[in-house]
Design a protein. Sequence first.
Length: 256
Amino acid sequence: MADSTGAATFAKAKAIQSQKFSLEKSRSVHFSLPRRILRKLVHFFSYHFILKLPRTTVTRVAGLKLTIRPTVFHPRIFLTSKFFATFIQGLDLSDKRVADVGTGSGILALSAAKAGAQRVFALDINPAAAETAAFNAAQNSLADRVVALESNLFSAVPSDEKFDVIISSPPSFSGEPYGIADRAWHAGPNYRDIAMLFEEARERIAPDGVMYLLLSSDSDLELLGKLINRAGFSAIYLSAKSIFVESFILYELRQR
């Protein structure tokens, strides 16, 4: 069953059914080479001086109290999380079954629960992230509806589970990750680690289900578009948020 926001966007997309994965708006938010180099420097210093530090911090983002353990993507420092979480909290997910693929701190999974989801699977290949998401669900009184699992994409989810909504903010860039913490940014050469994300999502999504996907303006949008199309999804541009070094681009995916 589709939520009201998704249904309105889907109706709008009827006028462009022939369009599989338009990059027109995505290309419009690409940044210059110097700014992309600056983004790489920001990533380098963030990884070495934030994510690798052996400390646990506590923060509040999007109305949630979040404990962030070492190697886990930090939603206060990296602004994609708040942008996506705010969007999710504005949906009506009443009685929906939701999967959050690449949950990190669990902020998106908890946001789905706050939006009324009946059951949320918070999935991450990083065991520290799965543990963090479970802890954060408990401290926000959402543990009865959020299940956190260490999982390579959907590998740990029972094979008969289907989802009304799938949400994912996957690694934005190709290239070999420095370590487990860097897997939140780098998905391996040619996006190796998430190459099957959309194929697996197609197998897991309910007939009228929707997938919300957040990418970076510096992602290989053409390659990711091909993976999306190959899996049988149509992608609809929803919105973008610009910061100094990149833009975050939000898409809605529907089965063709």
